[in-house]
Design a protein around this ligand. Sequence first.
Ligand code: GRF
Length: 200
Amino acid sequence: LPIGILVSGRGSNMEAIAEAIAAGRVPARIQVVISDRQEARALELARQRGLKASCLVPREYPSRQAYDRALAAALKKEGVELVVLAGFMRLLSQDFLDQFPGAVINIHPALLPAFPGLNAQRQAWEYGVKFSGCTVHFVDAGTDTGPIIAQAVVPVRDDDTPETLAARILVEEHRLYPEVIKWLAEGRVTLHGRRVSVKI
Ligand code: GRF
């Protein structure tokens, strides 16, 4: 499955996906990594791996529509069939999503629909939940609102800080995201309305 990974920052999920593919655990190929920030460490890591990596900077486009069009064109040009958001900090427009129907996924560091948006691990910790985790979901035009494909759960311990909780969740992110890409590549994921089933 030809995939494109969109990033904005650290790039640890991109790395986990690239490693799983390189190890032969996921039948996918990373066609391109695109960042919206020149400073993203993810860009550097992608290049170190010999992946094709580029940056599309929003302020160089006259509108959100123009940016999203350029982004979709760049992905299409590389033959991308699955768009993987890995710490990509922009909302995608419906026009963009219509170009990749059922083929844009995201990972969020909380058990959605709880704690959408920024700093989800801290939100969960402050709320006082006893379990949190991560969610891989199809992307719609909302913030972390699309159909849920898979979740992984971690306990919240009494001595946790937002940072220790985030680190525990990140371990699960790095395991779950490549796994879901594998399911998609194997054609085992079906959407029924907003309910997703995975054939085992
Ligand atoms: C992850 O926590 C992910 O769940 C969230 O953004 C963070 C990205 O981290 N969407 P990284 O860039 O993959 O290291």
